[in-house]
Design a protein. Structure first.
Length: 253
């Protein structure tokens, strides 16, 4: 059973426990309505593979540390993972970088999805063409702000994984509006924000863990959503400014 399936089932059970009738969260989120791009345009993007299968996206924080979502590495061991960098298409034949440590908040829960952030430490430094680290964004996000998302995820809710990386620009949605839209499903904490063009542009299965970029810096992490680009249900992302102290502490380990 895949990590995505396990995560889906866990949240589905949570929703049933609370007598909620909504479809479970898709916690391995997605690019819908985007356009093909190439890795030289997003050289900080990496692929995270788990047990021989593509699992999630991630971002190069340093040559030895990868930023991703905690749910992407929930209940897996470092030996289960490898990272691929510097390639436009999904590839398990490219250079594989072994993971030696998985760092995530002790308080992270698949039921609340709060603090959905993880840092992976690699055995060796990532080198080569089209690989570049990205800085963390220090500013505050505001409604209407345009952010960039990218990944190899599904291009529609029932579609296939995109073997070539895609990207899209989407606006941030106000927390109050997004909380109203998600009020039947989950409480959005201070560590989350919403973005997307409901019914048109969003992330989708396979994009989880990838970075959200603001002016060339990482301002979020793809976390979860209900379906893909559904009207009234934007994607939900981890807010970097809120989890930055955790990330910076990981880089010292």
């Amino acid at each position: 059973m895949s990590l995505q399936t396990v995560a889906w089932l866990m949240i589905a059970l949570c929703l049933l426990d609370f007598s909620r009738t909504a479809k479970a969260f898709d916690v391995s989120s997605r690019i819908v309505g985007g356009e093909f791009t190439t890795i030289d345009r997003v050289p900080y993007m990496v692929q995270i593979w788990s047990k021989g299968k593509f699992n999630c996206g991630g971002a190069l924080l340093t040559r030895n540390f990868i930023l991703t979502a905690a749910h992407c590495v929930h209940n897996v061991m470092p030996a289960d993972l490898f990272v691929v960098a510097g390639v436009t298409t999904l590839s398990d034949t490219a250079v594989k970088y072994k993971v030696v440590k998985i760092l995530k908040p002790a308080s992270f829960s698949m039921f609340t999805m709060d603090k959905d952030v993880a840092v992976l430490k690699l055995a060796t430094s990532i080198q080569g063409r089209n690989t570049q680290t990205a800085e963390l964004y220090s500013g505050n996000l505001f409604a209407g702000q345009q952010v960039e998302i990218a990944g190899w995820g599904r291009t529609s809710e029932m579609g296939n994984i995109s073997y070539q990386i895609r990207s899209a620009r989407v606006p941030v949605i106000s927390k109050s509006q997004c909380q109203r839209q998600y009020s039947r499903y989950i409480y959005l904490t201070e560590n989350m924000f919403c973005a997307g063009v409901p019914g048109a542009k969003d992330t989708c299965s396979g994009d989880s863990g990838g970075p959200v970029m603001c002016n060339g810096k990482i301002c979020g992490i793809v976390s979860f959503g209900i379906g893909c680009a559904r009207p009234g249900l934007p994607g939900v992302y981890t807010t970097i400014s809120e989890v930055r102290p955790f990330i910076e502490a990981c880089l010292k380990r």
